[in-house]
Design a protein around this ligand. Structure first.
Ligand SMILES: Cc1ncc(COP(=O)(O)O)c(C=O)c1O
Length: 228
């Protein structure tokens, strides 16, 4: 990709006008939170309302016989869009729900340890802390600063791992400042630890790629993966 050309294009207002027109006008304030509460494009807003009306007019038939049977085709198209296999796609209402499905689905026993960080998204931390309260697993915070070097962060994770570590909760890009975590290296280290000392049985990466795809409801594509 020619980044210089992309930069120049980004300054051209005529490129942005159709993008702006695709979204609802923001009043009385300009919305700069395009994460948890980003507005959907108008086409998405209309499609959601249309689907709602379609269901209400004949719920049993329209929901289960028409919309549900369209799902495999929709997954195929989404898979093509993000270049994966249709059976890797799970449709959730938001990232917190998708991540919670994974967090609550990993088998753990009392005394098993999970490493999280103070910087993980609050709903992600809440999921693990809930499991700690209910099941007696131990949730430990890996201490580092968002401005630390990659090497220092890796060192902090290595230091924090113990023979009881079963899961590393890794956020690929932190919502606090956009800091990207060296997840690839951390997953390699976790795999190595597993091979040599069975220190860590699984690694769980939450990785987030923000994009401006107009087809996505909230203007961002997020993907969670277990086992990296
Ligand atoms: C790193 C991270 N994880 C999870 C979430 C939760 O996303 P959602 O609001 O779709 O549940 C966010 C939202 O901004 C996030 O930045």
């Amino acid at each position: 990709m020619n980044y210089l050309a992309v930069d120049r294009m980004a300054e051209d207002e005529s490129v942005w006008e159709p993008v702006r027109a695709a979204y609802p006008a923001q009043e009385p304030f300009l919305n700069l939170n395009n994460a948890a509460v980003s507005p959907p494009p108008i086409a998405v807003e209309e499609a959601v309302v249309d689907a709602y009306r379609f269901i209400s007019r004949n719920p049993d038939y329209n929901m289960w016989s028409r919309l549900d049977t369209a799902l495999p085709g929709i997954k195929r198209e989404l898979a093509e869009l993000i270049d994966c296999s249709p059976d890797e796609i799970a449709l959730n209402r938001n990232s917190s729900e998708g991540l919670s499905t994974a967090i609550f689905g990993i088998p753990l026993a009392k005394g098993d340890q999970v490493l999280i960080s103070p910087w993980d998204y609050p709903s992600v931390r809440a999921g693990w802390l809930q499991r700690q309260q209910r099941e007696g697993i131990e949730v430990l915070n890996c201490a580092f600063d968002l401005l630390d070097s990659d090497d220092d962060i890796i060192e902090a994770y290595v230091e924090a791992m113990t023979p009881r570590t079963r899961v590393l909760q890794l956020t690929h890009m932190y919502h606090w400042n956009g800091r990207v975590l060296p997840v690839k290296r951390l997953c390699e280290i976790a795999r190595e630890a597993l091979r040599h000392s069975r220190k860590c049985r699984s690694a769980f990466a939450n990785w987030i790629a923000i994009s401006s795809l107009p087809a996505c409801t909230n203007g961002s594509v997020r993907r969670s993966a277990t086992g990296c």
